[in-house]
Design a protein around this ligand. Structure first.
Ligand SMILES: NC(=O)c1ccc[n+]([C@@H]2O[C@H](COP(=O)([O-])OP(=O)(O)OC[C@H]3O[C@@H](n4cnc5c(N)ncnc54)[C@H](O)[C@@H]3O)[C@@H](O)[C@H]2O)c1
Ligand SMILES: [Zn+2]
Length: 367
């Protein structure tokens, strides 16, 4: 069991990662909030509740009120938030109520946002159940929902009182979700933690085989990296941007494939391949480092093959025109375990990096 501290100007809390946290959740929350309030709400989705609901509820003396969000990104909407807020009001939710978000990143983002605005803000606790949510979305206080015009366009910063990342719940996570989430851990290693890179290289079998000790190590290291960055730059004015390694091109790939073919982590995996190529071209990583890190990405793949037109992907990055303020911002690895932000990526460089990744992703189709 490991506890990592988030300590920002607006919030201080612990992120606890380890096995068997669910069974003792209520007393653990009480240790943070004092006595549990009269109304405790759990936001989850039906498949997660069917698998883990009994285990999660067992330590509560009074059963919490369970609210359900339909699974899938298309339900991460303001309409869902309104519906859930009304259910809370009807069930007697007041300013002292507590909301526990129990699920993947979608439940966490919607639950966090609901808690941020219900009666102008109530406390929440995050209990993430996917690897991605444990290492990334539950930590750092970003919450929100999508609009038809784009992802995460409405939201707020609302930190939880605590995060409990129970590694045991990953036992039922589909393999593909596990691998995709691990791309964010690969990212964590590349930008800030060469020991994590080495560990993930040497222990891929244990990590992918869900050995609890190996998973705890990777998850705790990834959380430590994210918390460390958030502690220095809560509102993403500078350093926090390095968490976007692989995300400029990754988001473009998600958009160009209509959010249907790729899981987020898979898109980030391919996006990192493009960033590595660009870093190699600029000489911030060596050829050997490029090969090593690309191998690591594929070790935690397989990333789905892609058949996309170069111009479509480049257009989706917004890179065919200059971004606001005339800069094309990119996170580039510097060696292994460090990264920097560059703002002068040329259209030609972006095209070359995208071309490289599409060639790689095409090779995968052929093999
Ligand atoms: N707030 C942030 O800082 C931040 C950061 C990264 C991503 N996100 C958001 O996170 C979301 C993606 O999260 P995600 O990848 O966790 O997807 P998700 O929430 O859709 O979960 C993936 C799938 O796994 C299932 N599932 C969850 N836990 C399970 C378990 N233990 N066993 C079996 N099945 C389980 C879910 O029902 C779902 O079908 C996106 O909306 C993204 O925008 C937010
Ligand atoms: Zn991401």
């Amino acid at each position: 069991m490991q506890t990592i501290r988030v300590d920002t100007p607006s919030a201080k809390y612990g992120v606890i990662a380890g096995s068997g946290l669910l069974e003792t959740l209520a007393p653990r929350i009480e240790r943070v909030v004092g006595r549990l309030p009269r109304r405790v709400f759990v936001l989850t989705s039906a498949p997660i509740w069917a698998l883990w609901g009994d285990c999660m509820q067992q330590s509560f003396q009074d059963a919490p009120v369970v609210l359900f969000l339909e699974p899938g990104e298309k339900h991460k909407t303001l309409a869902s938030v309104e519906k859930l807020a009304r259910q809370m009001a009807q069930a007697g939710g007041d300013r002292g109520s507590l909301l526990i978000a129990f699920g993947g990143g979608i439940v966490g983002d919607v639950g966090g946002f609901l808690a941020a605005i219900y009666m102008r803000g109530i406390p929440c606790v995050q209990v993430p159940t996917t690897l991605l949510a444990q290492v990334d979305s539950s930590v750092g206080g970003k919450t929100g929902v999508n609009l038809p015009e784009g992802k995460n366009l409405v939201g707020s910063f609302h930190h939880p009182l605590a995060v409990f990342a129970d590694i045991s719940v990953l036992g039922t996570l589909p393999e593909r979700e596990l691998r995709a989430g691990l791309m964010e851990s690969v990212k964590a290693g590349i930008i800030r933690d060469r020991t994590l890179v080495r560990f993930m290289e040497e222990h891929a079998d244990e990590v992918l085989g869900r050995d609890p000790k190996a998973l705890e190590k990777v998850i705790a290291a990834s959380i430590r990296m994210k918390a460390g960055v958030v502690n220095q730059d809560e509102r993403e004015n500078g350093l926090r941007m390095i968490l976007n390694l692989g995300h400029t091109v990754g988001h473009a790939l998600e958009q160009a494939t209509g959010y249907k073919t790729l899981l987020h982590g898979e898109a980030v995996g391919w996006g990192m391949v493009a960033a590595l190529y660009l870093a190699r071209q600029r000489g911030t990583i060596s050829k050997a480092q490029l090969e090593r890190l690309e191998n690591l990405i594929h070790l935690y793949g397989p990333l789905p093959p892609l058949k996309l037109r170069l111009s479509k992907v480049v257009a989706a990055t917004g890179g065919d025109k200059k971004n606001v303020g005339g800069v094309r911002r990119f996170v580039l690895p510097v060696g292994i375990g460090d990264a920097g932000i560059v703002e002068d990526v040329t259209a030609a460089e972006l095209e070359a990096a995208t071309k490289y990744l599409l060639a790689r992703a095409g090779e995968k189709t052929a093999s």
